[in-house]
Design a protein around this ligand. Sequence first.
Ligand code: DHB
Length: 387
Amino acid sequence: MQRRTLVALTLALSSAALPALAQETVKIGLILPMTGPFASTGRQIDAAVKLYLAQNGSTVAGKKVEVILKDDAGVADTTRRIAQELVVNDKVAVLAGFGLTPLAMATAPIATQSKTPMVVMAAATSSITEASPYIVRTSFTLPQVTVGIAEWAAKNKIRKAVTLVTDYGPGIDAEKTFKDRFTLNGGQVVAELRVPLRSPDFAPFLQRVRDSGAEAVFTFVPSGVGSALMKQFAERGLDKAGIKLIATGDVTDDDILNEMGDVALGVVTSHHYSAAHKSAANQKFVQAFGAANKGMRPNFMAVGGYDGMRVIAKAIEATRGKGDGNALLAAMKGQVFESPRGPVLIDAQTRDIVQDVYTRKVERVGGQLWNVEFDTLKAVKDPGKAK
Ligand code: DHB
C-alpha cells in the first residue's frame, strides 16, 4: 500500500514536472547593433548585461534567465524582423536593447501587439516611450541631459552659439532643448546645423561654425562618433580660434574619450553618467567591467544595459518567474535603486527614467582623460513629458 502510494506520487510528480520543464527558463531577447557603425553600443551593452548576470546569478525566482543576443547591425527592418521571431518562435518574455532611436521605433508595434515588455537600454529620443505602453527606458532622454549644458552656457558668458547635431530624433530633441533653454536665459542661437547620421563629414559644418561669429558650438552626435567630430574640430583650427565646444556627454563618450587627446581637455558637457562618477557603487562597477573586458571602460550605454538587466531581473523576481507580460511590466514600473550613475527611478506614469544629471569637464587624471563631474541637477524628469 505504502509502496503503491509512493509509485503513484512519483508518477504524478514527474508528469506534473513535464509541462513545467518548458517554463524552467525565462527568455530575454537582447537586440543590439553588434556590427556596423554603431557596434560600440552593442559591445558595451552586451558586456554590461553579462556582468550583471555574472554578479547576481542567472537564476531568478528559481528560473534560469536566458539572454538571446541578436545582431541587427543598426538596421531598423532587421530589428523589427528579429523582434518578431524572438516573440513568435522563442517566446521571449522581454525584448531589450535598441541601440538607436529608429530601431526602437520600428519594434514598438510588436511590443504592443504581443504585450511584451520592451526595455530600451540605449535609444534616447524623448518620444520613444510614447510609441508603446509596453516600453520601459533605462537609458536617458536628450531633453533631460541638454538642459544642464544650456544653463551652464548661459551662466558662463556665452551669448552667441551655433547648434550642430546629428539629423534624427535625438539630435533634433537636443537642438530644440538647447535653443529653448539658452534663449530663455538670454543667449542667442545664430545657426542650427544638422549633419547626416550615416557617414557624417563635419568639415563643411565646422567651417560654417567658424564663419558664424559664434562664441560656442553646442553639439550632439551619437555614441562612438564624437572622436571624428573632435578631430575635425581641431584640424579646422576652431579651438585655436577660441570657439568653445560644448555638448551632451554623448560626444565625450567614455568609450572613446582617451582617443581624442588634448583637443578634448576642458570640454564641458552634461550627462547622466561618467565613469569617473564618485560613488562606491560606480567604483565597483568600473573595476568589475574592466576586469571582465580586458580593461574596457564602461560608458553610458553600458550603464543603460546594466540597469536594464537589473530592472528585468527584479521584475522576474517580483512576479515569481511567471513571465506574464502585463505582470512583468507592472513590476518594472516604479523601481527605485542606486545605479552606478547615481539614484534612479523608473517613473510609473511615463515608464521613463528619472535621474541626476551632472555637469562635467574633461580633465587628465592619472594619465587618462575623464569627464569629471562638478555640478548636479537632482532627479531630472524628461522635460518632454513634464509638458
Ligand atoms: C541615440 C543613440 C546614441 O548613440 C546616443 O548617444 C544617443 C541617442 C539614439 O539613437 O536614440
